[in-house]
Write a protein that binds this ligand. Structure first.
Ligand SMILES: Nc1ncnc2c1ncn2[C@@H]1O[C@H](COP(=O)(O)OP(=O)(O)OP(=O)(O)O)[C@@H](O)[C@H]1O
Ligand SMILES: Nc1ccn([C@@H]2O[C@H](COP(=O)(O)O)[C@@H](O)[C@H]2O)c(=O)n1
Length: 231
């Protein structure tokens, strides 16, 4: 562990299982930085959509490669202390959560040069430790030496219901079938891509939170943190 007792906490797992909810809560409690790595892939996807790099669901990879230098992704803290995603100085926190982005993000994330660029940025963000990052390859590729690695799962039915409820609460329109299909398709692409596929790191702790309340999972994660820092 480093002199400040700060560690790196990597939370990976399937779509919509509660990774960011847990990660944010723990980061707040510990005064750590929280990074939603999925938001970064979503921002690249939004850039592709906004700049005509997608035709009938096919991404123009040659043009995207040229454009990568024009994509600036940052997180800025809002007035409530929450990080929000900025793409080229514009707040895109809401836009990146649309079904249009969700339906395209996994193919964009499977592109090698996109992953290389995002991984570099993420590693840079974690240089000083004291960070909780959630995603798909944080414990396997981004921070293979993270002091605490968690891999979260829940049944796809549970995940789709949770995500749908959240979308309806936010005034977005979607059906259960649409959300379930998106969750399952993303999981499939994320697990089967060539570069950094979604998988549990050998030293990650598995959590199935299908039957856990938010409070139970927060407590569970905090206990794992305490164990990790005592090691
Ligand atoms: N244990 C739980 N019980 C009920 N709802 C939960 C639980 N954990 C998370 N949720 C809810 O499930 C939804 C999805 O959670 P969250 O956004 O944290 O998932 P995620 O794994 O980060 O998703 P993604 O990878 O797709 O970004 C949210 O509305 C969240 O409040
Ligand atoms: N480390 C990561 C994080 C995300 N992805 C891809 O982005 C998609 C959206 O992520 P959410 O966390 O917002 O659901 C996800 O389905 C992956 O395709 C990734 O590849 N690596």
């Amino acid at each position: 562990m480093n002199a400040n007792n700060n560690i790196v906490i990597a939370i990976d797992g399937f779509s919509s299982c509660g990774k960011s909810t847990m990660a944010k809560e723990l980061a707040k409690k510990l005064g750590y930085i929280y990074i939603d790595s999925g938001a970064m892939y979503r921002a690249v996807t939004l850039f592709c959509i906004q700049n005509g790099l997608v035709t009938n669901g096919v991404i123009d990879e040659d043009r995207l490669k040229d454009e990568m230098r024009n994509i600036k992704i940052e997180f800025r803290i809002n007035s409530e202390g929450r990080p929000e995603t900025y793409l080229n100085d514009k707040n895109v926190e809401q836009e990146i959560r649309s079904m249009q982005v969700s339906n395209l993000v996994s193919p964009v994330s499977a592109i090698g040069f996109v992953r290389e660029a995002m991984t570099r940025l993420q590693q840079d963000m974690g240089r000083r430790k004291g960070i909780v990052m959630d995603g798909r390859d944080i414990g396997t590729t981004v921070f293979p030496n993270a002091e605490l690695k968690i891999f979260v799962t829940a049944s796809s039915d549970t995940r789709a219901k949770r995500r749908l409820e959240e979308m309806l609460r936010k005034g977005q329109t979607a059906t259960y079938d649409e959300v379930l299909k998106n969750v399952e398709e993303r999981d499939y692409i994320d697990q089967h891509r060539t570069v950094s596929p979604l998988r549990k790191a050998d030293d990650a702790i598995l959590l199935d939170n299908s039957h856990m309340t938010l409070e139970q999972q927060d407590q569970w994660l905090y206990n794992e943190y305490l164990k990790a820092v005592k090691k």
